[in-house]
Ligand binder design. Structure first.
Ligand SMILES: Nc1ncnc2c1ncn2[C@@H]1O[C@H](COP(=O)(O)OP(=O)(O)O)[C@@H](O)[C@H]1O
Ligand SMILES: O=C(CO)[C@@H](O)[C@H](O)COP(=O)(O)O
Length: 454
């Protein structure tokens, strides 16, 4: 049996899947947690990688890594981090993003240059923040990597130069996404000088070998890897509810949305991945469960015991600042609390807020493509919530296709590893999917929109 290893180095954990390259069957899997927070010592991801892949890497005939997008892994001459990595959900770089957009000639010029209007999440914004706030650290930077590049080099034979792919490169802010080339001038604009960048390799290339001699494929950003793992097809919209909330679709042509609603990233298969991303997603429910003193199953049961609309209670869940809409300094807002508000209402309002925020993201993607989605698919940790599964079709107002529970970023990385190994992108059928339906509850979105737009 030919085995391929797919790894997801995501915000909250590393997930490793050892997969049968012929049909995609998961043979073994392991996970390891990451430290919490929006700035993290990136060496913790290497430790988590070693833990999650122990006993799996040795059995793999090829391997690839998907990773959280955008994170700034700034390394010195010795390859050591000059400071903790700033993650995609760290909003301190919001002002830097605004400065860069201005210097690039405005939002549309920025989108034309890199495929997206820069936000705080992008690596370039973080490098500008570093230049402006920690010049002594900025002066020590010799090379900038993304999280997946950093992990890929770690698992490759010693001395392997860093490599990346166009999918993850397209989230840096110094990559011309349509042309598929680095923009050293934009890196210089952000950091004040040009430093080392990883080589961009093709989606089907063998980029390196492990110390044991197994091919290592390019890997990609986690959303591009998830699209590959799902076998996303034209017309599909993928909703991912992990630390971030994402609505994405695939496109054969590049996107350059000057409004900033849609980021026009590259995908992991040679095309493009227009998407809308929220900063607040699964953790809305984590917080609510903690505040109510319940676990996730109890939170779901409480939510399902309240009526649609949570008896007039509405939450705008931008606890950690938000990106869609672009409100980096926002905080959460509760509207409609009364002496009659129940624990059930509080739980329901949190689930409805999560889903309304995702519905906004889906609308943006649908608006950008101009066509009603063929299918909406839903993946990510929060789909384990019975309330999310029950209410998603009601709030989104459309049927939702739920694939079997699984780690689709890691599966996509494994599929890419098989592609590099065999020279052919394998067709891995999804096991039985379930179609979730419910009567639409537009009143929930109307109430949410009123608070959002107030
Ligand atoms: N039963 C559940 N109900 C709601 N949320 C859940 C449940 N199980 C896990 N989660 C949440 O899913 C999130 C992790 O999802 P995941 O897709 O792995 O995130 P990431 O890829 O960003 O690290 C966590 O915030 C976790 O609390
Ligand atoms: O910033 C983005 C996309 O632009 C996020 O989607 C990150 O890529 C983090 O992903 P998860 O850990 O939530 O999967």
């Amino acid at each position: 049996m030919t085995l391929v290893l797919g790894v997801d180095s995501s915000t909250q954990s590393t997930k490793a899947l050892l997969v049968d390259a012929d049909d995609g069957t998961v043979v073994d899997s392991r996970t390891a947690p990451h430290p919490a927070g929006t700035e993290v010592d990136p060496r913790a991801w290497l430790t988590a990688f070693d833990t999650a892949t122990a006993g799996l890497l040795e059995r793999a005939d090829a391997v690839a890594v998907g990773g959280q997008q955008h994170g700034m892994v700034a390394l010195d001459e010795a390859g050591e981090p000059v400071r903790d990595a700033l993650l995609w959900n760290d909003t301190r770089s919001a002002g830097a993003a605004r400065d860069l957009i201005g210097e690039m000639g405005g939002p549309q010029a920025c989108a034309d240059a890199i495929g997206s209007v820069m936000v705080a999440s992008f690596t370039a914004s973080k490098l500008r923040w570093l230049r402006d706030h920690e010049p002594e650290n900025a002066a020590r930077v010799a090379e900038v990597l993304l999280p997946h590049d950093y992990v890929s080099r770690h698992l490759s034979a010693p001395g392997t130069p860093a490599f990346t792919d166009r999918g993850d490169a397209s989230g840096t802010g110094y990559f011309a996404t349509a042309a598929g080339e680095w923009r050293p001038d934009l890196l210089e604009l952000a950091l004040g000088r040009v430093v080392g960048l990883p080589t961009v390799v093709a989606p089907d290339a063998v980029a390196a070998h492990t110390a044991g001699g197994a091919p290592v494929a390019a890997g990609s950003g986690d959303n591009a890897a998830a699209a590959l793992g799902m076998g996303l097809e034209a017309g599909d919209v993928l909703v991912s509810i992990g630390t971030s909330g994402v609505a994405s679709t695939i496109s054969a042509v590049p996107v350059a949305d000057g409004s900033g609603a849609i980021t026009g990233f590259a995908d992991a298969a040679g095309g493009f991945l227009p998407m809308a991303t929220t900063i607040n997603a699964a953790q809305i429910l984590d917080l609510q469960a903690r505040w109510l003193g319940v676990d996730h199953d109890e939170l779901a049961a409480l939510a399902l015991a309240a009526p649609a609309g949570s008896n007039g209670l509405t939450l705008l869940p931008y606890y950690g600042g938000e990106r869609t809409p672009n409100r980096p300094d926002a905080t959460g807002t509760w509207v409609g609390l009364t002496p009659r508000t129940t624990r059930e209402d509080l739980a329901r309002a949190a689930v409805e807020a999560l889903l309304c925020s995702l519905a906004d993201a889906v609308d943006l993607v649908v608006g950008a493509t101009g066509q009603e989605p063929r299918r909406i698919l839903m993946v990510g940790g929060a789909t384990r919530s019975a309330a999310v599964r029950a209410l998603a079709p009601a709030v989104l107002g459309r049927p939702v296709v739920l694939p079997p529970a699984g780690e689709y970023v890691a599966r996509g990385a494994a599929r890419q590893a098989a592609w590099a190994l065999t020279g052919r992108l394998p067709d891995w059928e999804l096991a039985a999917t379930e179609t979730l339906t419910a009567d639409p509850t537009p009143v929930v979105r109307t109430a949410y929109a009123a608070v959002r737009d107030a």
